[in-house]
Write a protein that binds this ligand. Structure first.
Ligand SMILES: Nc1ncnc2c1ncn2[C@@H]1O[C@H](COP(=O)(O)OP(=O)(O)O)[C@@H](O)[C@H]1O
Ligand SMILES: N[C@@H](CCC(=O)OP(=O)(O)O)C(=O)O
Length: 374
């Protein structure tokens, strides 16, 4: 059993504060709570830790400013509320952090910003520069421009992607419960508290339910999935109550508070993590047993000879899934040939590619450096 929190040794942290903590029962911002977060983060900075804050609250503050009592259901109205409220959120944090001599920076991100490799790298270097300058980046989803298909929706997912983006050592998700229970404690008061588990353990996803309050979005399931994603880049996750006094400083002091989900998955390189997190699948190739073993057990590249079927209409450079004969996804990666060319060279040795296509880009269909095993 662990007795020292993983946060004690973490040098770079992402702290996510949920809607349930930053809003005053869903109506506007709880400025006293925001000032407390700023104070606690300032203390982490004094301990030499770099902190990125992911904060919700724009829609709730926008609703208050616009005099709306009920959360709108129309997307443009939600987006208008977010645009109005984000001003208040940024102002409130800037005021609170300035009392500790700290500058803040507003960073609004969408899925598209992170799935484009160039924009992803730009966001990453901006965040690294802000951290080097001693500024506290405050991140939220750019709600005003997102559509349903590209929405993170909940800020737990955004927190995990930011953790991977800045290669943080840990993600702290603060919420209105003490941590993860074996079932939603609002519905099951006898639920068991989970103090430690391995991030990515499938049993956790079965325990976690949706949001219980009507204020938060996502609930515990998005927090558990966020921990799995953060573990992909080696980051540990702690889910704890934001109402616990001095929770951040106590975690940094090594005290075990909340649920600790340790990174137990193999590490992916930053580039492979980006591929796993952000790229949309464009097609699938079916592998024979030999190619499946070569990829998953021997760490080899995928050659055309091991492919038995091709689905989809992809181009060279797109992300394609590798599936076995039963349709299970084994890996995904960047493919070197279009769908049409792949159909022509499948089941053939690489030495035949040039004769079949008239030229050869690469002998591999997918290079192992561009593959992520699932
Ligand atoms: N297994 C579980 N353990 C703890 N909380 C759970 C569980 N399943 C569902 N929940 C619910 O998740 C809620 C926290 O998520 P959410 O409302 O989205 O908050 P936040 O705004 O902090 O992200 C809790 O209030 C609780 O009702
Ligand atoms: N981006 C939205 C918040 C999204 C949200 O509610 O997320 P969460 O805090 O995970 O429940 C806002 O600022 O209002």
């Amino acid at each position: 059993m662990t007795t020292t929190s993983v946060i004690a040794d973490a040098k770079r942290l992402v702290v996510k504060v949920g809607s349930s903590l930053v809003t005053d029962d869903g109506r506007g911002l709880d400025r006293t709570a925001l000032a407390r977060w700023a104070g606690q983060i300032a203390r982490l900075r004094e301990l030499g830790k770099q902190v990125v804050l992911v904060s919700s609250g724009a829609i709730a503050e926008g609703m208050l400013r616009l005099g709306w009592n009920k959360r709108p259901t129309l997307i443009p109205e939600l987006q208008a509320a977010a645009a109005v409220g984000q001003m208040g959120l940024a102002q409130a944090y800037e005021t609170s952090f300035s009392q500790h001599g700290l500058h803040t920076a507003q960073v609004l991100l969408t899925h598209d910003d992170l799935s484009d490799r160039r924009r992803y790298l730009n966001a990453r270097s901006t965040l690294f520069t802000l951290l080097r300058l001693g500024v506290v980046p405050i991140i939220n989803e750019n709600d005003t421009v997102v559509t349903d298909e590209i929405k993170f929706g909940d800020n737990d997912t955004l927190g995990a992607l930011v953790t991977n983006l800045v290669e943080a050592d840990a993600l702290i998700i603060l919420t209105d419960q003490a941590g993860l229970y074996s079932a939603d404690p609002r519905k099951h008061p006898d639920a068991r508290f989970i103090a430690h588990a391995a991030a990515g353990d499938p049993a956790l996803e079965a325990m976690a339910g949706g949001a219980g309050s009507g204020i938060g979005t996502g609930g515990m399931i998005t927090k558990v999935i966020a921990a799995r994603r953060a573990a992909g880049s080696g980051a540990h996750t702690v889910i704890a109550s934001g109402r616990e006094p001095e929770v951040l400083a106590r975690l940094a002091g090594g005290e075990c508070i909340g649920t600790e989900l340790r990174a137990a998955l193999p590490l992916l390189s930053a580039r492979k993590q980006w591929m796993a997190d952000h790229l949309q699948l464009r097609g699938r190739v079916t592998l024979d047993a030999g190619a499946a073993k070569a990829l998953t057990q021997d760490g080899k590249s995928l050659l055309p000879i091991g492919v038995t079927a091709v689905e989809g209409d992809f181009e060279r450079g797109d992300v394609v899934a590798c599936i076995d004969a039963e349709g299970r996804e084994l890996a995904r990666g960047l493919i070197n040939y279009s769908a049409g060319d792949t159909r022509r060279i499948m089941r053939q040795p690489s030495s035949r590619i040039e004769a079949i296509l008239g030229s050869m880009e690469e002998p591999e269909l997918m290079h192992r450096d561009n593959l992520v095993i699932r």
